[in-house]
Unconditional design. Structure first.
Length: 178
């Protein structure tokens, strides 16, 4: 089970013009905002990644506004797992579960999942990932499933971490999800 002590959320490459040509961008950005706000409420550590930000631009404002106080890690490889700074942060956090979101599902999210599956339970937040072409997302999710990765959703992740339907945190979480 996911909880705030054993889980890390990774936001991957939701940047510039590329992010704006994904399938269902409005829904993607809304779901990423809910996921990030919920993770922060539940004290889940977040690792924020950017692919070649000097070329692709920074994370879109609809997402980055919810990451205030955090600093993105720049990478020049598709898989976050091939980035030394990402691995150092992940090792310091020492999670059991890594929850992946962002773009593109069939490139950076997929390759990161493949690298991390050896050492972690990896869950892909299907409604907080996207691609330019819908079939590429489906192919990536199927490959991740067959390799042992888990497919989940924003609400499933947040309610699993919350774990109970009582208390102030639960009330605040409901407000975020509405």
């Amino acid at each position: 089970m996911l909880n705030s002590k054993n889980t890390v959320l990774v936001i991957i490459d939701v940047q510039g013009k590329l992010a704006r040509i994904m399938q269902n961008t409005d829904e993607l950005f809304k779901n990423l905002a809910i996921l990030i706000k919920g993770a922060r409420l539940l004290d889940v550590p977040i690792i924020w990644m950017e692919q070649l930000p000097d070329k692709l631009g920074s994370t879109v404002e609809e997402v980055s506004v919810h990451l205030d106080g955090l600093k993105p890690i720049a990478k020049d490889v598709f898989s976050c797992g091939q980035n030394a700074e990402f691995n150092d942060v992940l090792n310091d956090l020492n999670p059991t579960n890594v929850v992946l979101s962002g773009i593109e599902t069939h490139v950076c999210v997929y390759q990161t999942a493949m690298d991390l599956l050896e050492n972690y339970n990896v869950e892909i937040v299907v409604d907080a990932t996207s691609t330019r072409l819908a079939h590429n997302k489906e192919i990536a999710l199927e490959k991740i499933r067959r390799t042992g990765g888990q497919i989940t959703s924003v609400e499933t992740v947040l309610f699993e971490i919350q774990g109970k339907a009582t208390g102030d945190t639960f009330k605040k979480l409901i407000e975020i999800i509405k």
